[in-house]
Design a binder for this molecule. Structure first.
Ligand code: C2E
Ligand code: CA
Ligand code: CA
Length: 632
């Protein structure tokens, strides 16, 4: 078809000029070579490489060979390669390519993003194995996984701790894939890496907050329960014992209330650090909120070890705290629970430690207590008593007994009202048992009101049988005394019942007056002003002294029964009682001896100039009816 036609008839018009130029140059004797894109007869585009080779005879160009070479496929591949290369260079994912057929998988290429992420330049990593990305926190198990995948020539994807050139660690999300030849064997591996540290940090942070206490950075209850379950399983498998310590600060609330939350927070942080320093890394220390800390000792060699740890913690916590300009002193109560083989529910350990802590608190704080099933029983008893108490108040299961107080000459000085609880099922329950519970729950308020009214009414009925100046003594609980409405409700009771204030005596313990002294003294003055007499009960068992009482408007002290008990046998007790009586008289206070049971004790007390005596020797506390007979 083309023989005889002009070359240009085969060339698209746009290309004519270029071809013409080249041809003209070829005619001057200079070989030409160029590439153009031309359409075939059917319209397909072809890349062609054209050479014009002049044929020179005797310095004359007599013709031109034109050689046209099909380049389409080659150029196409090249273009594609260029696109791939551009994409690699522009990618924000780090890419590295390494040889698959050399034993050590040397790197042959890394892209700019790889350089950006890792800090290594291509020249630094070329021909090296990429293990330079590993560091101290790289998980050896993951390295092994990668090695396995390379050997088996398969894909692998994982998130691994890697290290940059400057030593900083990062979370690397890696995908490695083999590049296979036609025979199916890998010639190369391509690795795509991504720095996901930021995302991972955020993820970790979220996980951290869900399981940690924001103030101290210690684990929280959720974390503790998780560890407890785990450690209990472990201990069971290895037939080991573990311990849970429940640590509760004593008197933390007053610090918070008086010095402010900022100081309170500092105290908690200090406490957390001290506890942390005193334990082993394998122990778990958590804060449950407030001033409660819980410690898990996972593998005890010896159960006594838990007590030793607790003792050490108590010592540590008792050191003074320097916070701002305050020097603070704290103590803690610690409850210990030890696991045994029979333990079914790990959470029970926590409960037991909590109960033991409660017991420690009752024993006067700054102490530790190990859980026993006995404690469990007592606490359950408390809980049921607490419930029963509510009913007792509404159903009036209480009764007042009266114990006479006698003067030196055996005359009636007055009575002390002592409450009794006749439980419909359990029988009589000692006030020593239920009064502290009622105080804790606040039920004491209703109960005290009832006691006051009943005592007042009964006293008025007795009055015709009594000498002048007799008083009815009623015990006051601290909570009752410190209520803002105490004075007004007392006045109201006196008014309603008609009991003259001069017929009333109130018994308070030293502890009641120690708290909040200013307000307490004001209240005492007000009572005194009304004509009510005030006695300090259980004298000698508290921590205050007569020199302290000197400033208080009181009338009487009641020496605690424990001093009277051995007054005959123990010259030491006798000396203490003698001292108390002498000093009290010096301060113009009346002295009552409680718990006089024998006439020997009575003689002794009379010899020491005691003013008033009370005890089983003269009369036990008795209900109203028998009391009237006794009086008669
Ligand atoms: P308390 O105020 O020290 O009362 C004296 C306790 O000693 C009474 O025990 C009384 O029965 C007992 N007692 C008296 N003489 C003798 C004796 O010769 N030998 C012995 N071994 N004991 C004697 P009770 O009635 O069991 O009361 C215990 C505590 O309960 C009282 O100690 C008091 O603190 C509290 N309490 C009793 N009634 C009330 C009340 O109505 N209100 C408040 N807040 N507390 C009360
Ligand atoms: Ca009393
Ligand atoms: Ca007493």
């Amino acid at each position: 078809d083309i023989i005889g036609s002009h070359l240009y008839t085969m060339v698209p018009t746009e290309q004519c000029e270029a071809i013409n130029d080249a041809f003209s140059h070829a005619l001057t004797g200079i070989a030409q070579r160029f590439e153009i894109e031309i359409a075939s007869r059917s319209g397909d585009l072809h890349y062609v490489d054209i050479s014009f080779l002049p044929t020179v005879v005797m310095d004359n160009v007599v013709g031109v060979y034109g050689v046209v070479k099909e380049m389409t496929a080659l150029r196409h591949n090249e273009a594609q390669l260029r696109i791939f290369q551009r994409s690699l260079e522009a990618s924000s994912n780090g890419v590295l390519i390494c040889e698959a057929r050399s034993d050590d998988f040397p790197i042959i290429y890394v892209n700019p993003a790889f350089v950006e992420i890792t800090g290594y330049e291509l020249e630094e990593v070329q021909n090296r194995n990429c293990r330079f990305l590993q560091g101290p926190d790289t998980d050896p198990a993951q390295i092994n996984d990668i090695r396995q995948a390379l050997v088996q020539q398969r894909d692998i994807s994982l998130t691994i701790r890697n290290y940059r050139k400057d030593g900083r660690a990062f979370w690397n999300n890696v995908f490695i894939s083999p590049v296979r030849a036609n025979d199916g064997h890998a010639t190369h591996f391509v690795g795509v890496i991504n720095d996901i540290s930021e995302y991972k940090d955020h993820e970790n942070e979220l996980a951290f907050h869900a399981t940690h206490d924001a103030l101290t950075g210690l684990g929280n209850r959720a974390l503790f329960e998780d560890r407890l379950q785990h450690d209990v399983d472990l201990a069971r498998r290895h037939h080991q014992q573990l311990a849970v310590l429940f640590i509760d600060l004593d008197e933390f609330k007053p610090i918070n209330d008086t010095l402010g939350h900022a100081v309170g927070d500092q105290v908690l942080i200090h406490v957390a650090r001290r506890l942390e320093e005193a334990i082993r890394p394998s122990d778990t220390l958590c804060r449950f909120g407030g001033d409660e800390f819980v410690l898990l000792l996972p593998d005890l060699d010896d159960p006594h070890h838990a007590q030793e740890v607790a003792e050490r913690l108590l010592l540590e916590l008792a050191q003074p705290y320097r916070i701002d300009r305050h020097e603070l002193y704290l103590s803690a109560s610690i409850g210990i629970a030890l696991s045994d083989e029979a333990l079914e529910n790990p959470a029970a350990l926590l409960q037991q430690a909590d109960m033991a802590m409660y017991k420690a608190k009752q024993q006067g704080r700054n102490t530790l207590q190990t859980f026993t099933y006995d404690i469990n029983q007592k606490l359950t008893q408390r809980v049921t008593l607490r419930n029963d108490l509510q009913e007792a108040i509404t159903q009036e299961q209480f009764e007042l007994h009266y114990q006479p107080l006698l003067t030196r000459d055996g005359d009636i000085h007055g009575f002390e009202a002592l409450v009794r609880w006749n439980h419909p099922v359990k029988g009589p329950i000692s006030p020593g048992l239920f009064i502290p519970i009622a105080e804790e729950t606040g039920q004491i308020i209703g109960l005290s009101q009832w006691v006051m009214e009943r005592a007042a009414k009964d006293f008025l009925k007795l009055q015709p049988l009594l000498p002048n100046h007799c008083r009815m003594a009623v015990n006051l609980s601290p909570m009752q005394f410190h209520r803002p409405s105490f004075l007004s409700s007392l006045r109201k009771t006196l008014e309603v019942t008609g009991l003259p204030p001069t017929a009333l005596e109130l018994e308070l313990t030293e502890g009641t007056l120690m708290n909040d002294t200013e307000a307490a003294i004001d209240t005492l003055h007000a009572l005194r002003g009304m004509g009510i007499s005030i006695a300090i009960d259980d004298f000698g068992t508290g921590f205050s002294s007569l020199s302290y009482l000197r400033h208080l408007p009181i009338d009487k002290i009641k020496i605690d029964r424990s001093f009277i008990l051995n007054i005959v046998e123990s010259s030491k007790d006798a000396a203490v009682v003698q001292g108390i009586i002498a000093l009290a008289h010096h301060l113009e206070l009346n002295v009552v001896a409680e718990g006089v049971e024998t006439s020997a004790q009575q003689q002794h007390l009379l010899a020491l100039n005691c003013d008033v005596l009370q005890g089983f020797l003269f009369a036990k506390p008795m209900p109203f009816e028998p009391l009237t007979h006794w009086l008669a």
